[in-house]
Design a protein around this ligand. Structure first.
Ligand code: SAM
Length: 293
């Protein structure tokens, strides 16, 4: 047993000890946190059932023997299996909301959360948003966060994975939005009709050739959520093809392609992409207006 975790008496000391172990293990951090400190805090707060927006006095709280043993076990499993922490705890936070997650869905981490919470300001007039479409919903985090941000809007969310949609349905029930969120099992937008004021998508966008070199943590995630053709843009191309048929006249498409953003610009040189700058990290989210498609 590691001495530091065994001897750490408080939440703060446990976070220090776990951070040291996670750092030393050479893990990859990119599934909800991007550094060992934040991940250690997430792990300890989960075990101790602490609120993330609580005050700093939580750091002085004593940990019980049972909590210490669970922290030990979670830390060991995280290091030995390289499983993203969210799959070990069964939860992830997105746009300030808690979501259930397991290996049927990608771990929520899209920078789109930073756009959703302020209702896509200043690019979207919230009062005009009556119907929202999300393509590739996974856990449902984006669709459900949109339903929260736009409480009068109807939301349609698609995914080709029935397994993912089962998780999204559970999350929709948890968040009380089943009456306004329709989950559709389909390929992109096949069979979806009507007009949408906002289309949001974080599709798979990793080039398939990168699979061999990807950090072990990603191998726990569904391949359907990651890979999309030789340049990673198969799904994005399909979404750009479908969007003009589904957007209302004033409608906006928010499309995430991460590190593939330059390839997307090269592939569509005539499209005036607006690339969003994020305060809390992340890149490769474009806004495309119906009038420009
Ligand atoms: C990058 S994940 C995003 C999941 C979730 N929206 C999020 O941000 O965490 C992409 C999602 O697209 C889904 N997907 C992949 N190919 C698809 C297709 N052809 N049609 C619809 N959904 C697809 C995957 O199953 C996965 O849930």
């Amino acid at each position: 047993m590691n001495e530091a975790i065994a001897n750490a008496a408080t939440v703060g000391a446990q976070i220090d000890a776990v951070e040291t172990e996670l750092q030393a293990a050479g893990l990859f951090f990119g599934h909800g946190t991007d550094n060992p400190r934040d991940e250690a805090a997430a792990l300890v707060y989960f075990v101790c059932d602490l609120e993330h927006d609580g005050d700093a006095s939580a750091y002085q709280r004593a940990v019980s023997d049972a909590e210490r043993a669970e922290i030990r076990q979670l830390t060991d499993t995280r290091i030995k299996t390289r499983t993203p922490l969210a799959y070990l705890t069964g939860e992830a936070w997105f746009a300030g909301l808690r979501f259930r997650v397991d290996q049927r869905v990608l771990v929520p981490r899209s920078p789109l959360a930073e756009l959703i919470v302020p209702q896509f300001s200043p690019w979207v007039e919230p009062g005009n948003v009556r119907r929202i479409l999300e393509i590739g919903t996974g856990s449902g985090c984006i669709a459900i966060a949109c339903a929260h941000a736009f409480p009068d809007a109807e939301v349609v969310a698609t995914d080709i994975s029935a397994d993912a949609l089962a998780v999204a349905a559970a999350n929709a029930a948890d968040h009380g939005v089943t009456g306004r969120l329709r989950l559709v099992e389909t390929d992109h937008t096949d069979g979806v009709d009507g007009s949408f004021d906002l289309i949001v998508s974080n599709p798979p966008y990793v080039p398939v050739a990168e699979e061999a070199a990807i950090p072990a943590e990603y191998r726990h995630e569904p391949a359907l959520g990651l890979y999309s053709g030789a340049d990673g843009l198969d799904s994005a191309r399909r979404i750009l093809q479908d969007a003009p048929l589904l957007l209302s006249d004033q409608g906006v498409l928010a499309l995430e392609v991460g590190a593939q953003w330059q390839q997307l610009e090269q592939a569509f040189p005539h499209l005036p992409f607006t690339w969003v700058e994020f305060g809390s990290g992340g890149e490769g989210v474009a806004l495309i207006f119906r009038a420009d498609l």
